[in-house]
Design a protein around this ligand. Structure first.
Ligand SMILES: [Ca+2]
Length: 232
């Protein structure tokens, strides 16, 4: 009997290696409990996933402070007490896109590329003065962006194929007494790059979680596509 159990454990272990990183549920800070020294978090009620792919050698959206930055635009329709953002590269094979998720054309076209990935580094920024979804297409390009939070490496995330825990995760508690740290309705973007040496290339999964439902939340690579994405 023990031998059979051992065989099962080994088989499961091999399966998890073959299937890439296992991604745990995205837990919230809100209502977090500490039980016998272990943090217990309830998963975010609302989770939006974006499956993307950056072609090796592709042009970044911007070079900022010597870093090649890429952006994903997010419309947040209601004030939220907290927002969680995490990014993992490559996108884990164990996470399948649902019909509510955003899957980029490049992600589908390059699904055979299982070797490239990058050391993720993310920021979360809000555009100043854009309060209506209809204004996003015309105003996003010239908007001033304020950084709310950034993260390089999170020990909560699975390791990359290199074995290093270089994926990113951050949780932002809305501070309504500070306009630059409040999560209110508006246009946001997730900026990403690779902090250390190396290029941004390969597949990635970005997720945005909230402890409340965000009806009409939208994600798009081009700000002008956000209004259509919100109708999904
Ligand atoms: Ca990193």
């Amino acid at each position: 009997m023990k031998k059979n159990l051992l065989a099962i454990v080994i088989t499961l272990g091999m399966f998890s290696i073959a299937n890439g990183q296992k991604l745990d549920k995205f837990g919230a800070d809100l209502g977090k409990k500490s039980v016998m020294g272990k943090e217990i978090r309830a998963p975010y009620t609302d989770l939006t996933s974006y499956f993307g792919y950056i072609k090796p050698g592709s042009k970044p959206d911007e070079v900022k402070g010597g870093k090649k930055m890429y952006y994903i635009y997010v419309w947040i329709p209601v004030a939220a007490p907290e927002i969680g953002i995490r990014m993992i590269s490559p996108a884990p094979e164990s996470v399948k896109a649902s019909d509510k998720d955003y899957v980029s054309a490049d992600f589908i076209a390059n699904s055979s590329d299982t070797s490239n990935f990058f050391d993720t580094w993310v920021t979360f920024e809000r555009a100043e003065g854009i309060l209506k979804l209809e204004d996003v297409a015309t105003k996003a390009k010239t908007a001033k962006w304020n950084t709310i939070e950034s993260n390089d490496d999170s020990s909560e995330m699975p390791a990359q194929p290199s074995g290093s825990k270089y994926n990113s995760l951050m949780r932002i508690t809305s501070d309504t007494s500070n306009p630059s740290k409040a999560i209110v309705m508006g246009l946001y973007r997730i900026g990403f790059t690779t902090y250390k040496t190396g290029e941004v290339q390969g597949s990635f999964l970005a997720q945005l979680g909230a402890p409340i439902k965000l009806p009409g939340v939208a994600i798009a690579v081009k700000p002008e596509d956000l209004a259509a994405a919100a109708k999904k």
